[in-house]
Design a protein. Structure first.
Length: 327
């Protein structure tokens, strides 16, 4: 059997209301040289029954206990046979020509990584609307219709969308750099993206909306609940990647601001019951930083608001004490 040109990886957990549309959007593509690897991540609703209703030889199904999105994507990537890899979330769907357009761009330009635009869909109102983040507004016209490298975007990498589903990746490139998602945490696509982006040598963009991103009440990023505790380990993993790959010095000014802001905004917005656990995680992290060689960098590079947050966390005795300091 000839290997497929694209492996579409679709992890899913308890998305019986949406998974049918996601699968249909792949099977009905104008481009048909693909395999669809669905990872049923321990769903307890009717998700698996809906998946099993699709009888198509291009579907590969992995059934596993609930391991989370990082492990699901890693397990699918291990068996992917496509020349390129694309990702789809179980509550989203593709434009009918998404695979064809993405493959033509990536293969003709021989890219390691190609971005395309996403567009938002509001599940309550049916409104479809763009935003600058998913429209890749960071990339101006000078980046269109050509190949570029990360060296051309040194001051703006933390303004890029980290969403794993917004790109098509060359499989051999992912294997060569041993690209893996952190497992056991949410926000796993953030450290994955920066590792892959900064390792890439050939990047391009497609200024077309190829992906529909559904916004609904149950989506991971819609409700700031205890999943946002994982902004701390995700930020720790990001620091490790930058340090181990010797990118730290070049990017530290923006990197440290980015690392502080994730948990800072999460602590501001997270549900009340999650505030103390998140504060405790942040405090442990910052106390480790204080005893590391990077402590002075945080003090010297953070802006006043982020620096005050950083220092208030360290000196506060508990969350209530922190609130009195940081108001």
């Amino acid at each position: 059997m000839i290997s497929p040109k694209i492996s579409v990886i679709l992890p899913v957990f308890n998305q019986e209301n949406y998974i049918g549309k996601a699968i249909e959007s792949v099977l009905s593509q104008s481009f048909d040289e693909f395999e669809l690897i669905i990872v049923n991540d321990g769903s307890t609703d009717n998700t698996l029954d809906i998946i099993n209703q699709f009888d198509d030889s291009r579907i590969k199904l992995i059934n596993q206990e609930n391991l989370g999105p990082g492990a699901s994507r890693n397990n699918a990537l291990r068996i992917a046979e496509g020349e390129y890899v694309m990702y789809l979330d179980g509550d989203d769907w593709y434009h009918p020509n998404a695979l064809e357009i993405a493959y033509c761009e990536a293969s003709s330009k021989d890219t390691d990584l190609t971005f395309y635009q996403m567009i938002n869909y509001d599940d309550k109102t049916g409104e479809i609307y763009p935003n600058d983040w998913f429209d890749m507004s960071t990339f101006d016209e000078s980046f269109e219709n050509r190949v570029f490298s990360p060296d051309e975007t040194p001051g703006s990498i933390f303004d890029l969308s980290v969403g794993v589903c917004q790109k098509i990746y060359k499989s051999s490139f992912l294997r060569d750099i041993d690209a893996r998602f952190p497992e056991g945490i949410f926000f796993e696509d953030m450290p994955f993206f920066y590792y892959v982006y900064l390792k890439a040598e050939r990047i391009s963009i497609i200024k077309r909306h190829l992906y529909y991103r559904r916004k609904h009440d149950a989506s991971i990023t819609h409700v700031v609940d205890c999943k946002f505790l994982d902004t701390v380990p995700a930020g720790q993993e990001l620091m490790r990647i930058f340090i181990e790959n010797e990118w730290y010095e070049m990017y530290k000014f923006d990197l440290l601001a980015y690392k502080i802001n994730g948990p800072r905004f999460a602590l501001r917005d997270i549900e009340e019951k999650c505030k103390i656990p998140l504060y405790n995680l942040i405090k442990m992290d910052y106390c480790e930083i204080k005893s590391s060689q990077y402590y002075d960098d945080f003090l010297n590079t953070l802006g006043p608001v982020k620096k005050k947050f950083f220092e208030d966390i360290i000196v506060s005795k508990d969350y209530e004490d922190f609130k009195t300091l940081n108001h």
